[in-house]
Design a binder for this molecule. Structure first.
Ligand SMILES: [Zn+2]
Length: 326
């Protein structure tokens, strides 16, 4: 394209790119990471920045399969930036809430949700989709072979007597398998309202929503607060709670408490039924990777683990950066 044909928007973008050289490049090596330069916030630059480096994730690549988002939903991701990786690296592996908060932080920074052309909110993302989006962000962030995660093959993983399989399996977001939707629940899937409307004999229609990040986080924050104040929280009620609340908007502590009070008033029969039903709302990742034994060709099922912790999702370990060391 000649300079004359370049649109005004393209021109701004090109100039912006030149001024930002290096800043938006995926991090190739932790050894060469530069500190982010500070700049004044400029809405125009922010807008253009937003146009750069975002990639749509096909919704069928996610555990939800896109079935619980409005019809015209689009989810777009970009590589994590150095400052975000620094923030993530303070993750406290022993604190499940901190782990979830840090994963959500990456989502909040690197994911955009659109309904048609209207910008939505990352909190609308189905919680079960979070880990797959994180892996995809990781793959954009670390280009090449360093984006592969090596999952160790536990001893005895190969069922062939005396066989010694490979030590580890490479895995990425594309070779995960997802839990299949329960066939019993399928006829209650409401394609218009993107949830389950389950008609029951004794309790009318029970509506269940696979939880989204906003709902899950609000309930988790509330549980942590209650526990700090030494209040007992019924874990099974809290679990059901996530599935009966549609929207995180307006979900105050008061609203959570009043919904929980409503749930505690249910009969044992209703409670048991709903508890069994949420077990059937299968949205998530299979915990095993299915692959082939490289020694005997037999089937291997390897549990997914992050041997170097969640931190290693964005902070490469020494074995990853080994070729940097001279
Ligand atoms: Zn084998």
């Amino acid at each position: 394209m000649s300079k004359q044909e370049e649109s005004y928007e393209d021109q701004i973008q090109r100039e912006f790119n030149q001024s930002q050289e290096g800043q938006n490049e995926p991090v190739k090596s932790i050894g060469r990471v530069k500190l982010e330069r500070k700049r004044e916030s400029d809405p125009n630059i922010d807008r253009i920045n937003d146009m750069i480096g975002y990639h749509d994730v096909p919704l069928e690549c996610l555990p939800s399969g896109g079935r619980y988002y409005p019809e015209n939903t689009r989810i777009s991701i970009r590589a994590a930036r150095v400052g975000e990786i620094r923030e993530f690296s303070t993750i406290d592996e022993d604190n499940m809430k901190d782990v979830t908060d840090k994963l959500t932080y990456i989502i909040s920074q690197c994911c955009k949700v659109y309904y048609g052309n209207v910008l939505g909110n990352y909190k609308d993302i189905i919680t079960a989709d979070r880990i797959v989006l994180i892996l995809k962000i990781r793959e954009l962030t670390f280009v090449g072979g360093s984006s592969l995660i090596k999952v160790p093959v536990p001893s005895g993983a190969c069922k062939t007597v005396g066989c010694i399989p490979q030590q580890s399996v490479d895995f990425c977001s594309n070779n995960l398998s997802f839990v299949e939707p329960s066939p019993e629940l399928e006829k209650y899937y409401d394609i218009v309202n993107r949830c389950y409307n389950i008609t029951t004999k004794s309790f009318g229609v029970i509506t269940l929503y696979p939880p989204n990040i906003g709902v899950t986080s609000a309930i988790m924050d509330w549980i942590v607060k209650e526990q700090k104040e030494k209040h007992k929280v019924d874990a099974s009620l809290a679990e059901i709670l996530q599935f009966v609340i549609k929207d995180w908007r307006g979900l105050s502590e008061k609203a959570i408490f009043s919904k929980l009070t409503e749930l505690s008033g249910w009969s044992t029969e209703k409670f048991t039924l709903v508890y069994r039903l949420i077990e059937k709302v299968n949205v998530g990742v299979e915990f095993n990777i299915k692959t082939q034994c490289q020694s005997c060709g037999g089937d291997l099922e390897i549990p997914i683990t992050f041997p170097d912790g969640y931190k290693s999702l964005f902070v490469p370990t020494i074995s990853d950066i080994g070729d940097e060391l001279l």
